[in-house]
Each structure stands twice: as structure tokens, then as C-alpha cells.
Design a protein around this ligand. Structure first.
Ligand SMILES: CC(C)(COP(=O)(O)OP(=O)(O)OC[C@H]1O[C@@H](n2cnc3c(N)ncnc32)[C@H](O)[C@@H]1OP(=O)(O)O)[C@@H](O)C(=O)NCCC(=O)NCCS
Length: 217
């Protein structure tokens, strides 16, 4: 039986990102990170998917495929359809958020978390962060770290809620506007106090938004 999380009438689930998700993830990346998306090209996403140290998770809206998929797919010549099937260049699901992290020894470093506009403030960013911490723990990480723009108080509030603390600052880290980055990090995510705190937050999230259905491996 497939179970979905239901948020404000929206059904969605999380799963590991695949080749066919790259164009939609790039779309969200452009929207969510207007000053940075150029550094994460579609080619770099495809390369990342072959890198066993990098892990991407997507949030998919349950239901019909986006109209562009339905309209364009049957018109393609056979060789393009073949390539599309082979590489899974597009999938028939609407992606509404994504996250990625890379593993360095026992540290999971978050590359980005982004939600599609129109699907924010309904718990999806939080669901993606929960999945990241869970997945990092299963990969034997003991700490999760990240950099975030000094002005990005919404994201900082999400990370603080999950116990990330400010560890330092990188001056003029973002070349688009010379903005500083705040470095944030969790305590040991395998420790009993962190797990107790994390499980409580997960429970609260599930109570507000429904349990998270996930195929993340
Ligand atoms: C940051 C981001 C991922 C949050 O995702 P979201 O799905 O909108 O957030 P959620 O609904 O899951 O909110 C979870 C928590 O995040 C914080 N938060 C999210 N949006 C916020 C906002 N606009 N103002 C203040 N706090 C906010 C709150 O702590 C919230 O918890 P609460 O509901 O108990 O108040 C989303 O705003 C986004 O994609 N922003 C653009 C990209 C970005 O800045 N990414 C992070 C940098 S890596």
C-alpha cells in the first residue's frame, strides 16, 4: 500500500532523486536560489548522481504529471524517445522540493534545500530536512553541517528548530552579492539527547502534516 503525507490537502512523498528529475530540480534551484543556481548546472546534477558520496532527495506531488510532460512526450522521434527512456530524462511526477548533501567521513554537508514557490510553509522543507538527518544517520554521519546566507532568516529558523547552532561565518562567501555565509552544525546526531529531541520534532511534524511517506535509499 502506498501511503502519502497529506499537507493542507496536498499529497506528496519523498524519494531518492533520479536522472529523470534533473530538469525539474534545476527549475526549483533557479527559483529558490536566484544568485547561486548557475553553479549547479544540469550537467553537474547528472554527475552528482553518479557520485556515491552525494545524496539527493526529492519531494513529489502525488497525482497527475505536469502538462508539459503529457504534451511533449508522444511527439518525439523514436530515437529521442529511446534516449529519454534509457536515461530517464524526464519523469511524470511533479517535484515540489529537493535537498542534497555530501558525505565527508562522518560529516553530512547540506548542499541545498529548496521548495517550489507555491508549496512553501506547508512543512515540505522540514520533511526534507528530517529525511536528510535520517539518511545521514544511516550513512554513519555523526554531524550535519551547512552554510546559509546571513540574510536568509527563514532557512536559519528551520535549521535552528532542528538544533543547528552557529559555528562561524565565512566573509563574502556568496560571489553574487558578496554576502557572508553563516556556518551551522548539529550536535552529534547519533547521541541519545539529539535523537530524543529529533524524534519529538518528527512526531510534531507528523502530527501537524501527517507521516512522511519516503522511499529514500
Ligand atoms: C527555507 C525553505 C526550504 C523552507 O521550506 P518550507 O517548506 O517553506 O518550510 P516549512 O513549511 O517546512 O517550515 C519549517 C520551518 O522553517 C522555518 N520557516 C520556513 N519558512 C519561514 C519563513 N518564511 N519565515 C520564518 N521561518 C520560516 C520555520 O521555523 C518553520 O517551522 P514552523 O512551521 O514551526 O514555524 C524554503 O523557504 C525555500 O525553499 N527557500 C528558498 C531556498 C532556501 O533559502 N533554502 C535554504 C538555504 S540552503
Amino acid at each position: 500500500m502506498v501511503k502519502f503525507a497529506v499537507m493542507h490537502g496536498l499529497q506528496y512523498y519523498l524519494r531518492t532523486m533520479e536522472y529523470g528529475d534533473v530538469s525539474q530540480v534545476s527549475e526549483i534551484d533557479r527559483e529558490a536560489f536566484p544568485g547561486e543556481w548557475a553553479f549547479r548546472s544540469q550537467t553537474s546534477y547528472r554527475k552528482d548522481l553518479h557520485n556515491s558520496s552525494i545524496h539527493y532527495i526529492v519531494a513529489c506531488k502525488a497525482g497527475a504529471p505536469p502538462p508539459s510532460e503529457v504534451q511533449t512526450a508522444p511527439r518525439l522521434p523514436w530515437f529521442k524517445r529511446f534516449l529519454r527512456q534509457e536515461r530517464g530524462l524526464k519523469r511524470a511526477e511533479t517535484i515540489i522540493g529537493f535537498t542534497g548533501f555530501w558525505m565527508m567521513l562522518r560529516e553530512a554537508h547540506i548542499i541545498a534545500i529548496g521548495g517550489r514557490e507555491g508549496y512553501r510553509r506547508i512543512g515540505i522543507g522540514e520533511a526534507l530536512l528530517i529525511a536528510t538527518i535520517d539518511r545521514a544517520a544511516t550513512l554513519n554521519a555523526n554531524v550535519v553541517t551547512l552554510e546559509v546566507r546571513a540574510s536568509n532568516t527563514a532557512a536559519q529558523s528551520l535549521y535552528s528548530k532542528y538544533g543547528f547552532k552557529v559555528m562561524g561565518r565565512r566573509a563574502k562567501y556568496y560571489s553574487s552579492n558578496g554576502e557572508d555565509a553563516i556556518i551551522m552544525s548539529t550536535d552529534d546526531i547519533t547521541s541519545m539527547p539529539f535523537q530524543a529531541f529529533f524524534q519529538r520534532l518528527k512526531g510534531e511534524h507528523a502530527g501537524r502534516h501527517g507521516p512522511i511517506a519516503a522511499r529514500v535509499g
